[in-house]
Design a protein around this ligand. Structure first.
Ligand code: NAP
Length: 328
């Protein structure tokens, strides 16, 4: 039975990946931070097959102990301070966890897997936010980085140190440069889930307005369930490499609003949405659109859920959750 170790197990991608690897017959270990993590109870209920191991990306000895215990064949480093807006206010914390955390995880892999013929395969969750003020459209694996947030800067370090450990120590380390991916498990702080949840709550009469930032921002949005498959595929190849994972399509927040409110049965989103400059980013990223050709050609990866289906899935989920909450 192959063994996988996932940091960021309680996050959106951690949950999808745990489910996916379990279905592939893996023994799954997930790293849980904190002495009384508020997400632990619900996580244990939903994912009884995942063995939780304590550890924190700020603490190298804890990562070493966690890997010594799990003895994984594959490590997926998904843990991060991942909310771009928050990274402006907590830049040092973001750099420490999202950036230096990758270095600590790689060191733990080197220490536990051995400095020669290291057998552990490593995946780093890199991000399209590294492209920021984009140098070309669409962006591929060779497009230069120009991050526009502390989060993007930390991810650039995480990406570069992953490549460096691969080249310096012959570690099977891959960096997946993933464009935005969403779904019903997305945190409520992220714009897509904020919209799908508000549409559901407005429809059910428990909320009457939605306060938003920049509605013109455009993103390349896919479904998280499709994207974790790409992570796994990267670690199954003969040689480690870096891949862009994206849909190759871009959509505006306005388009997301239009589809989401229509799915909830609300005719005109303009009636409910107010903009507040407080939600604008100090520096916005440009036209993010990924070129997934390499992932398609080399990994045989394709997405299964398109943009309208993604929005539909999220709104239907939130309508169900909010309606059952009302019944209680
Ligand atoms: P997420 O839902 O925000 O999950 C982040 C995870 O990181 C949570 O499990 C969180 O644990 C954990 N974490 C935070 N601080 C930690 C620390 N000090 N030590 C260990 N774990 C810590 O993020 P996601 O959407 O699943 O994304 C997964 C990864 O992909 C992240 O690295 C993200 O930056 C990257 N990424 C995401 C996207 C996207 O569109 N979703 C795109 C590109 C890249 P708690 O629950 O305990 O706080």
């Amino acid at each position: 039975m192959p063994r996988a170790f996932i940091t960021g197990i309680t996050g959106q991608d951690g949950q999808h990946l745990a489910e996916f690897l379990h279905s592939k017959g893996y023994q799954v270990f997930g790293m849980l931070k904190g002495q009384n993590n508020p997400r632990a109870l619900q996580f244990r209920d939903e994912f009884p097959y995942v063995e939780l191991v304590p550890g924190d990306l700020a603490d190298l000895p804890s990562l070493v102990s966690a890997l010594e215990y799990a003895q994984p064949d594959e490590v997926y480093n998904l843990g991060a301070i991942s909310f771009v807006a928050m990274s402006f206010g907590q830049a040092e914390l973001t750099s420490n966890i999202t950036g230096l955390g990758v270095l600590r995880m790689l060191e733990a892999v080197r220490m536990v897997g051995g400095t020669q013929n290291n057998k552990i395969r490593f995946y780093q969750a890199s991000s399209s936010e590294m492209f920021g003020k984009v140098r070309e459209v669409p962006q591929n694996e060779l497009t230069p980085f120009h991050p526009r947030s502390p989060y993007g800067c930390a991810k650039v370090f995480g990406h570069d140190i992953t490549v460096n450990y691969r080249e310096s120590y012959d570690i099977f380390a891959c960096s997946g440069i993933l464009f935005n991916h969403e779904g019903p498990r997305r945190g409520l702080e992220f714009v897509t889930r904020k919209i799908s949840n508000a549409a559901a709550r407005i429809k059910l009469g428990v909320q009457d307005e939605l306060v938003m930032g920049n509605l013109d921002a455009k993103r390349d949005w896919g479904f998280a369930g499709d994207y974790v498959r790409a992570m796994w595929l990267m670690l199954q190849q003969d040689a480690p490499d870096d891949y862009v994972v994206a849909t190759g399509e871009t959509h505006s927040i306005e388009e997301f609003l239009t589809l989401a409110f229509a799915e909830a049965g609300l005719d005109d989103w303009h009636r409910y949405v107010r903009q507040d400059p407080k939600f604008f980013r100090p520096a916005e990223v440009d036209f993010l659109i990924g070129d997934p050709k390499k992932a398609q050609d080399k990994l045989g990866w394709t997405r299964e859920v398109d943009f309208p289906a993604l929005v539909r899935m999220m709104v239907r989920h939130d309508l169900e959750v909010e309606a059952s909450r009302l019944k209680k």
